[in-house]
Design a protein around this ligand. Structure first.
Ligand code: TYC
Length: 102
């Protein structure tokens, strides 16, 4: 006799493929921090080339803000603070913030 019993599992296991949410680091424009200083900070903290740093700085200068990088939350927050602190230590109101990516 053929065994045609169908087992219907009551609990379906959900594959664990969730990735952690990513965060954007945003550079905000201000009227006081020298352009060259902003570029230096982007090069030092985010390992950007002179060209990339200058481009991101000019985007914030022209449009009010610029996305610097998208990464895991801890790294985004640590580096945003590091970059903001470099400005503060030099007496500038330079500001890097973070926000979750949509
Ligand atoms: N707006 C500044 C100036 O004219 C330069 C600047 C650019 C400051 C980008 C902050 O995120 C910034 N000196």
């Amino acid at each position: 006799m053929a065994d045609d019993t169908v087992i219907d599992p009551k609990t379906k296991s959900k594959p664990k493929l969730e990735r952690p949410k990513l965060y954007k680091v945003i550079l905000l424009n201000d009227d006081y921090t020298p352009r060259e200083f902003v570029t230096v900070v982007l090069k030092a903290v985010y390992r950007m080339s002179e060209e990339a740093g200058h481009r991101v700085m000019m985007t914030a200068h022209r449009f009010g803000s610029a996305v610097v990088v998208v990464c895991e939350r801890d790294i985004a927050e640590t580096k945003a603070k590091e970059a903001t602190d470099l400005g503060k230590e030099a007496g500038f109101p330079l500001m890097f913030t973070t926000e979750p990516e949509e």
